[in-house]
Design a protein around this ligand. Sequence first.
Ligand SMILES: O=C(O)[C@H](O)[C@H](O)COP(=O)(O)O
Length: 373
Amino acid sequence: MITVFADKYLYNIEQLLPESCNLKLYNPSQGIPEDLDNADALLIRTVNKIDRNLIDRLPKSLQFIATGSAGTDHVDLELLKKRDIAFGDAAGCNSRSVAEYVVTSLLLWMEDIAKTPKSLTVGIIGKGNAGTEVDRLLNSLGVSTICYDPPKEKREENFTSANLEDVLSADVLSFHTPLEHRGVFATYHWLDEDKLDSNHYDLIINTSRGGVIDEQALLKAYIKGSVENFIIDVWENEPLFNDLIAENAFLKTPHIAGYSRQSKLRATQMIVDSMCKHFGLEVPDTDSSSNNEGLKLTNNSLKSAQLSDVLCKIHPIREYEKRLKRLIGLPPQKKEPGFNTLRSEFPLRNEYRYLSLPDFLLKEFPLIRKLSS
Ligand SMILES: O=C(O)[C@H](O)[C@H](O)COP(=O)(O)O
């Protein structure tokens, strides 16, 4: 029997782990337990770092670590490799959810400033799993895109990245890169004062990682008027966040763009699968469909609504925002747990295709039909 320590907020971890495992759940806000007690595997989320300090105190028995997330910037992958510890992630688990967040927030903003999808060009920075899904969904709504991803061009023969000047000339920028501090393709503070000084943006959307945008430079550009609006889901220094950025953002949320019942289920399934593969265990045959309950909306609750009203009924984006706003101005010792609790305990939404939306609504709002297909 192997002993597995797991973040207690990994969705459905108790149901998805093989029964033959000795599961020990930990509370991530108290850090990864000091005593990992003969652990064989450790399953984490982005809120806990796997750095040199942690790696130095791992028990000899520990062979495998996985994160139930697409991003891996909280993990020192090089050091894990040197120490011969196998690693797994959940790349791609939340692409659909992120794309739905980007499109939903963009539609809310467009209604607010009376723009139509066809009048905009969105520059997509990073065309990995999430960027690709964002591109697909935007194109299906009639929004033009320009995709920029030089490291992908280097890796993949069949992919050509837009050039920098072209992507920077878009009306809107949406970020989907990993956070890289080093190397030729470093993304830390990619959107900096220089780039913001020489361009004008109607909107900046960040759902990737906080550090990809220099927040101070963004604020300056906003005050100057060269950035009209911004939508921020990810923050430098999470779980703390900059109050001025939050106060001025068109929309602000606590790093939940990738959160949906389906993405979290995929994430747990992916890391459990790779753990089972590593230890030669049989992958449990779980029926995940039972977790995908539909959200029923009635005609009465939606009659004569505007697109934004409907979107806010089916995506809790404004509800998250409302709760995040309550944390503005709090001291760090209250803000930090508030941010973490909001992320881990707010009920997960369903992706659009898992909602049962009434016909009259799909007829009245063809954009919503496209989002749910
Ligand atoms: O990297 C990812 O998958 C996303 O940023 C995701 O939202 C992280 O979720 P967490 O592990 O913090 O629950």
